[in-house]
Design a protein around this ligand. Structure first.
Ligand SMILES: Nc1ncnc2c1ncn2[C@@H]1O[C@H](COP(=O)(O)OP(=O)(O)O)[C@@H](O)[C@H]1O
Ligand SMILES: N[C@@H](CCOP(=O)(O)O)C(=O)O
Length: 318
């Protein structure tokens, strides 16, 4: 459970006066999540989510919140940020940046079927197209540079076999990022963390993507690979489930057709997406921040997925 910054209803009752939401009625810390402090906030005007950002700065946050606003205006299902009286989407709470966004209906679908994967694939393609004219630029802060910075920090904690895997994969990914195929890939703002727990469903109806706080400008294919590695994986073995993969990729392709360069890059990109989360989970496990309540994710899951993506040919992209 992650609430890094404790907040009381009293604290919020004063603070919320700058927003057009009426009085704060109830505040409840949210158990899941590992990056930020999140609370369900009931007000006289409805149900919202209050997020206190633990790592992102006031300078970095407009990218995420304005991106959500941009997407919501274009019909992509995402939480809408609420502006305060000054028209700002970010306001300080306990000295940290904080924001209020609308609460999505439904719950996460943690055992997805092809029908859920198809809905995610179609909305992901729609999101990539809708974000392509978003004017702000911000790199994916958990991209290749971060992997290169983080690798030496986690290496001392690894077994010989895992240290070898990590170094070899970093070498492979550094070379991949320098090749012509990689440079030919289409780019734009991506979610970069579109796991099952970051999408809401009401039955089989997708009600929204959320948790945009790892978003950044990167290749669209990286976003697809992150999504497939989570939504279409057999959680015990790390093997991809063919029916879910086809549902997700075919639905994406129907909205935004994949390119030949993307087909060539697909397997390296599935590996890159596995590496990214193996590294962040290793970092969070071995070099944790102080949290009032925190359950770290298991790095071995993504080590397994990475080994599997290296060993097994990738499914056809289209
Ligand atoms: N806009 C939202 N609507 C509904 N529930 C939300 C919303 N944002 C967050 N949540 C809930 O809060 C939980 C943690 O949020 P998340 O953004 O994943 O945290 P973190 O950024 O710390 O990883 C989610 O699993 C979800 O249940
Ligand atoms: N999805 C990442 C961790 C990021 O946490 P989230 O709760 O913000 O999705 C992982 O599974 O390692």
């Amino acid at each position: 459970m992650a609430v890094f910054t404790p907040v009381t209803l009293d604290d919020v009752s004063q603070w919320i006066k700058q927003f057009p939401l009426g009085k704060a009625l109830a505040l409840k810390g949210i158990a899941s999540g590992i990056e930020n402090s999140n609370f369900f906030l009931s007000t006289e005007r409805g149900e919202y989510v209050l997020t206190i950002f633990e790592n992102l700065s006031f300078e970095q946050l407009p990218f995420y919140l304005k991106l959500m606003h941009h997407l919501a205006e274009r019909g992509v299902l995402v939480p809408a940020p609420v502006a305060n009286q000054q028209g700002e989407l970010i306001a300080a709470l306990h000295g940290k940046p904080a924001a209020i966004v609308s609460k999505l209906a439904g719950s996460s679908q943690m055992a997805p079927q092809p029908v859920h994967c198809a809905a995610v694939g179609a909305m992901l393609a729609k999101m990539h197209l809708a974000a392509s004219d978003f004017p702000l630029q911000q790199a994916n802060l958990r991209g290749l540079d971060w992997w290169n910075e983080t690798t030496p920090q986690v290496l001392p904690f690894l077994s010989e076999s895992n240290a070898h895997l990590l170094c070899a994969e970093m070498h492979f990914q550094d070379a991949f990022a320098g090749c012509d195929t990689y440079r030919a890939l289409q780019r734009g703002p991506v979610h970069a963390d579109l796991f099952r727990n970051n999408v809401m469903f009401d039955g089989a109806r997708l009600t929204g993507f959320f948790d945009f706080y790892f978003a950044g400008c990167d290749t669209w294919l990286f976003d697809v690979a992150v999504t497939v590695n989570d939504w279409c994986v057999d959680l015990d073995s790390g093997v991809l489930d063919t029916a879910r993969v086809r549902a997700l990729l075919d639905a994406y392709h129907a909205v935004r057709p994949f390119t030949a360069a993307e087909q060539t890059a697909w397997q390296p990109m599935l590996r890159a997406a596995a590496l990214r989360f193996w590294l962040s989970r290793l970092y969070d496990l071995h070099l944790p921040r102080e949290a009032e309540m925190l359950t770290p994710h298991d790095p071995a899951h993504f080590e397994r997925i990475l080994r599997e993506r290296i060993a097994t040919p990738a499914p056809e992209l289209f």
